[in-house]
Design a protein around this ligand. Structure first.
Ligand SMILES: N[C@@H](CCC(=O)N[C@@H](CS)C(=O)NCC(=O)O)C(=O)O
Length: 222
């Protein structure tokens, strides 16, 4: 099967797919698109012209990182979702929820001032508390012994949270012990480390400048 992933360089949703591809050992061509100059063909392949999308044998397309992740896992008879029906349902719910957390993170780096920052960080903490609540008591990964689609969905957010934490403290490990336990394990995985091309701290700086120029986080970046 011939696969081609269409992505933006710093898109956290596309990064999930890169992690899954690498973890499963699936080879796939990558086509980068400029987010500020999206080609017309992107809108022919994906309803909102969003990335990621994956082309299969140049004829079929699957859009949305959640659907692509499940497709790749099915394709390889992978173990990124639990064999247990109930556990699999919870994992799927968390993969979806990770997207909501990711968007809440975007509001944090976009905060115009301190008041907006506190509002955004409180909202993110509240959203992350659901991941903490549903994560397994024992690790090393969020859902137990095995790396799962939940870890792949949260990895790009963990990378960004860690970068933000160096600039402005944005979480208390004692309040999120299960995530704090899984975060370093996930972030040091080869598939995660290799999922962003280039220096992530530079990319993060650009993300903040793009979303929140002159705002609370940007003004603290020095
Ligand atoms: N639910 C989608 C979200 C994808 C998404 O928001 N992609 C962003 C880039 S990170 C995008 O294409 N933004 C352009 C737009 O929404 O117009 C997924 O999980 O794939």
């Amino acid at each position: 099967m011939n696969l081609e992933l269409v992505l933006f360089k710093a898109c956290p949703f596309a990064q999930r797919v890169v992690i899954i591809l690498d973890h499963l050992g699936v080879s796939c061509k990558r086509t980068f698109v400029n987010p500020s100059d999206r080609p017309d063909w992107l809108f022919d392949l994906s309803p909102m012209g969003q990335v990621p999308l994956i082309k299969i044998n140049d004829t079929q397309v699957i859009f949305d990182s959640v659907a692509i992740g499940e497709f790749l896992n099915d394709l390889t008879h992978g173990t990124l979702l639990s064999a247990d029906t109930l556990e699999r349902g919870i994992q799927r719910a968390l993969v979806e929820w990770a997207g909501t957390c990711q968007r809440a993170f975007g509001e944090c780096i976009a905060a115009a001032d301190e008041k907006a920052w506190h509002r955004a960080i409180d909202d993110l903490s509240e959203k992350l508390s659901w991941v903490e609540k549903l994560a397994h008591d024992s690790g090393p990964y969020l859902m137990g012994e095995r790396f799962s689609l939940v870890d792949a969905a949260m990895a790009p957010l963990f990378m960004r949270l860690q970068a933000l934490h160096h600039v402005v403290p944005c979480y208390d490990s004692e309040e999120i012990p299960k995530m704090a336990r899984a975060m370093p394990v996930i972030l040091t995985m080869q598939a995660v480390q290799g999922s962003i091309e280039g220096d992530f701290s530079r990319i993060f700086r650009m993300m903040v400048a793009g979303r929140g120029k002159g705002g609370y986080v940007d003004s603290r970046m020095g």
